[in-house]
Design a protein around this ligand. Structure first.
Ligand code: GRF
Length: 214
């Protein structure tokens, strides 16, 4: 089974990015991929009206949309609205780049194997919130970055790419965070580029395993 996200004949590969905060990963996607090699960011969505990511998108001329939970009766209704918006933009791939709300199973089902996330640890270590703090508290020597497909669990979907980051002796939180962000900003565009060119698929014999064609 190939991931259904791959560049179709002729048209561009259409990305939606969802972000709740600063949007430095969105910026890396804009700088490295947007408008190049047939890849377009066609929309940036957020659950937070004041997310700086929205300003980054607007500066790049990318349409934005906000889906605050307060505007909807519940999470499921919010995610239905977001899924309709995504569908309307004919997105090939949805990238969670610091999107801090959990997606409902209904959203994931509509875009199975077409939603990816970047997480600041080597999953399955340190899933959930504050993965960098968790790594520091655990005293590990190595942590890193994971890009994975999103399923119904918290940071549990099939792993696409991982890259380690060394926790050097005496390294403070800020320094480690900076090192992890630098790796994220390379790894996430790399993973998207591989998906866009059809090199990433889920193994037929094991839905938890991703195969990358060279
Ligand atoms: C990143 O560390 C990402 O791994 C995590 O949230 C953070 C978002 O940072 N999911 P930014 O908003 O892209 O700057």
């Amino acid at each position: 089974m190939s991931s259904s996200a791959e560049k179709g004949e002729g048209g561009p590969f259409r990305l939606i990015v969802l972000a709740s905060g600063n949007g430095s990963n969105l910026q890396a996607i804009i700088d490295d991929l947007h408008g190049r090699d047939g890849i377009e960011v066609v929309g940036v969505g957020s659950d937070k009206p004041d997310a700086f990511a929205l300003e980054r998108a607007q500066s790049a001329g990318i349409p934005t949309e906000v889906f605050p939970i307060e505007d909807h009766p519940n999470r499921s209704a919010r995610d239905d609205a977001m899924a309709d918006w995504t569908k309307g933009l004919e997105a090939d791939l949805i990238v969670l780049a610091g999107y801090m709300a959990l997606l409902t199973p209904g959203f994931i089902e509509r875009f199975r194997n077409r939603v990816i996330n970047v997480h600041p640890s080597l999953l399955p270590s340190f899933p959930g919130l504050d993965a960098i703090g968790q790594a520091i508290d655990a005293g590990v020597r190595v942590t890193g970055v994971t890009v994975h497909f999103v399923d119904e669990g918290t940071d549990t979907g099939p792993v696409i790419l991982q890259r380690p980051v060394e926790v050097a002796p005496g390294m403070g939180r800020d320094e480690l965070e900076e090192a992890i962000h630098a790796v994220e900003h390379a790894l996430l565009p790399e993973a998207i580029g591989m998906i866009a060119t059809g090199r990433v698929r889920i193994a037929d014999e094991d839905p938890n395993r991703v195969i990358i064609d060279q």
